[in-house]
Design a protein around this ligand. Sequence first.
Ligand code: ATP
Ligand code: MG
Length: 250
Amino acid sequence: MNLSIAAVAHSYGDLRTIERLDLAVEPQGVVGLVGPSGCGKSTLLELICGLLEPSAGTIAVGGAESANERLAGCAYMPQRDQLLPWYSAIDNAGLALRNRGQSRAQARESAAALFERFGLAGFEASAPQDLSGGMRQRVAFLRTLVSGKPVLALDEPFAALDAITRGEMQEWLAAALRTDPRTVVLVTHDVEEALYLADRVAVLSARPARIVAELRAPHPRAADRDAAITDPAFVAVREEALRALHGGSR
Ligand SMILES: Nc1ncnc2c1ncn2[C@@H]1O[C@H](COP(=O)(O)OP(=O)(O)OP(=O)(O)O)[C@@H](O)[C@H]1O
Ligand SMILES: [Mg+2]
């Protein structure tokens, strides 16, 4: 399912967050969004998912423009994992399915197969607070994926993790998207993460956000992350993205 953002603007009252922004993502394409803190990245994801309405311009998910249709096409992984502490890991993972009318047993069954694949087998009954940070992120991502929605809006999915776990989780997400491709908008403050996971990276300006550069990733979702991110072509694009991010001052 494709995603199209055309001449979109948004403000919270007098606070302008997004200014005439255009972005198109092809079906099963992955676009990374990087930008300064507070520039409007999370706001843009909420606009895409139909949780907010633009003040100008149009957003279409699979050609559908209404907020309800956008909501139906998108799964949103918010910036904080927001697992419910009183539900087990597997019931957290199946939440989107329960919300769509499946029984608890059905939702558990659908989520169970992914628990195995995501290295979470044996932790189905654990409370979220008893899982490691990386495992919590995997449960939160699993909940996003199991919804079956064609478009994933991921807001800093690995921000809470240490560097080693973060690299492992990036490889893991790359593999998950190779097996189960979706149209993805990935917000991150990490240029390297964006360039490794996405086909294209859009660099946003400070608020109100607009796109100041769009860069093509040299080795999107490569199986060998270490080789991909040390490749000279990758390093050159990363430098270019950082220059755009810092307004040409580097
Ligand atoms: N519900 C809201 N009402 C009013 N202002 C808001 C609301 N949500 C966010 N803002 C403001 O809008 C601006 C953009 O916020 P947003 O969360 O989209 O930025 P962000 O790029 O995701 O930031 P970060 O990198 O810190 O996650 C910020 O100045 C923020 O304080
Ligand atoms: Mg944010």
